[in-house]
Design a protein around this ligand. Structure first.
Ligand SMILES: Cc1cc2nc3c(=O)[nH]c(=O)nc-3n(C[C@H](O)[C@H](O)[C@H](O)COP(=O)(O)OP(=O)(O)OC[C@H]3O[C@@H](n4cnc5c(N)ncnc54)[C@H](O)[C@@H]3O)c2cc1C
Length: 407
């Protein structure tokens, strides 16, 4: 039987941050990770670039007041100090998103691993914990392979149920339920959206800067501005993913996409520009009026939705009503959403352990002394832009801090 002061289940961002904080406080730490490699999901973040910070605050979803308490008054300063202590330099883009200066997630893993090694933190990979049991002086952890581990306190950092290939699972849910924790059902959040084939036909692979209005029966559910990516099955990119958590429960909605939001002040100005172009190139095909405003394939899709002939007609033949339809389609391109993609495609889970039973200063359970819960396993999820990693790292640091020193 192995023994340690602190046992950590899961070697993702929150588990590794907890291990460092506990190790720095002089506690002996053992981390059990079920995958053969630590931080598999961290390495996949930000398309391998790891967007781990954001200079601008953004409210969290789920137990948002709890999340705010965990983040504290200056999370950017606190996390910057942490990265400084590991020697990691950051770079920020104009939107305030922070990345490792190398723009490589591997660099983040390298500095974390170096510190864990310096602190003699023991990490066991290929060790899926199957049972967690409260015993008289602490906890007993039983991994699938290898010896059981006896610890004084335990930090459950098993993450969300998304992307099983990167380690996502719900193995911790039965343990936490048994200890009295309420678990809010998991749903995919920050996930691409599936659409009908008609509205995205021929557009797969194209990216646009746009403004999206998500609607259901004429009621506005959410608005986003940013990058949209057309895929084989629907739409993705930050803009689409940020809309996903606002979908009605049956997943069905309508997106109106303004494909030229920064180029014109309003729809009227688009209409006037198209009329000007019609006069300038009367002999051209209708789609040519859109040249230079959007990709040609998008131009065809816009014309199709506006009910215009794609070929064999001259722009001069278009009536004012048809030009208006074209302007409407360019500024409100309609896409039918049929539902979100599943957990296997989501970046983040919404739902998880109800935070009403957790202390935000050290993430300790109010129902079971010595049990801490961190990161995405909690009922907290953030926007795209680094907020989920910020919460994972900060909640891990709070949990890892020696209990006696918690505020
Ligand atoms: C493709 C992708 C891109 C993303 N990009 C960003 C981004 O750029 N910025 C951002 O802020 N967020 C991003 N996220 C979200 C971010 O990765 C998560 O919010 C974050 O990793 C959560 O950290 P965690 O430590 O709570 O959980 P995880 O990172 O999921 O780590 C949990 C660990 O626990 C292990 N585990 C599970 N069960 C057991 C068990 N029974 N025994 C032992 N080990 C177990 C898992 O294998 C895993 O390694 C992205 C997510 C994905 C999938």
């Amino acid at each position: 039987m192995l023994q340690a002061d602190v046992g950590i289940i899961g070697a993702g961002p929150s588990g590794l941050a907890a291990a460092i904080a506990a190790g720095r406080n002089g506690e002996s730490v053992i981390v059990l990770e079920k995958m053969e490699q630590v931080g598999k999901r961290l390495l996949a973040t930000g398309n391998g670039r790891c967007n781990l910070m954001n200079l601008h605050p953004s409210p969290y979803t789920g137990d948002s007041a709890f999340a705010e308490a965990v983040m504290g008054s200056d999370p950017v300063a606190e996390l910057t100090a942490f990265w400084d202590s590991l020697g990691l330099y950051l770079r920020y883009d104009p939107e305030g998103r922070g990345y490792p200066c190398t723009f490589m997630a591997a660099t983040v893993m390298e500095v974390l691993k170096a510190e864990l090694k310096r602190l003699n933190v023991e990490i066991r990979t290929g060790a899926a914990v199957q049972h967690l049991e409260k015993v008289q002086h602490g906890f007993l952890l039983r991994p699938e392979n290898g010896a059981s581990v006896s610890v004084g306190r335990v930090i459950v950092a098993t993450g969300g149920t998304v992307q099983p290939k990167l380690g996502g699972d719900n193995s911790a849910w039965p343990w936490l339920k048994q200890m009295g924790h309420e678990m809010i059902p998991a749903r995919p959040a920050l996930v691409p959206l599936r659409t009908d084939a008609r509205s995205i036909g021929g557009l797969a692979g194209l990216r646009v800067k746009c403004q999206i209005s998500l609607e259901r029966d004429g009621k506005l559910l959410h608005e986003e501005r940013g990058e949209l990516l057309f895929t084989e099955r629907g739409i993705s990119g930050i803009c689409a993913m940020q809309c996903s958590r606002f979908l009605p429960s049956d997943g069905k909605a309508q997106c109106r996409v303004n494909l030229v939001p920064d180029l014109f002040p309003d729809r009227r100005a688009v209409y006037e520009e198209l009329i000007r172009r019609q006069q300038a190139i009367p002999e051209a095909e209708p789609v040519s009026l859109l040249l230079g405003l959007c990709a040609r394939k998008i131009g065809y899709a816009v014309c199709k939705q506006a009910g215009l002939a794609l070929r064999g007609e001259k722009a001069e033949k278009l009536s004012a009503a048809q030009i208006k339809n074209m302007a409407d389609s360019l500024t409100g391109y309609c896409i039918q959403i049929v539902g979100p993609e599943g957990m296997d495609r989501a970046q983040v889970m919404s739902g998880g352990a109800d935070c009403a039973s957790i202390r935000p200063d050290n993430m300790e359970s109010l129902l079971c002394s010595g049990l801490h819960i961190t990161g995405e396993l909690l009922n907290v999820d953030g926007d795209c832009g680094g907020y989920n990693l910020m919460f994972a790292f900060l909640s891990g640091l709070r949990a890892g801090k020696n209990r006696r020193q918690a505020k």
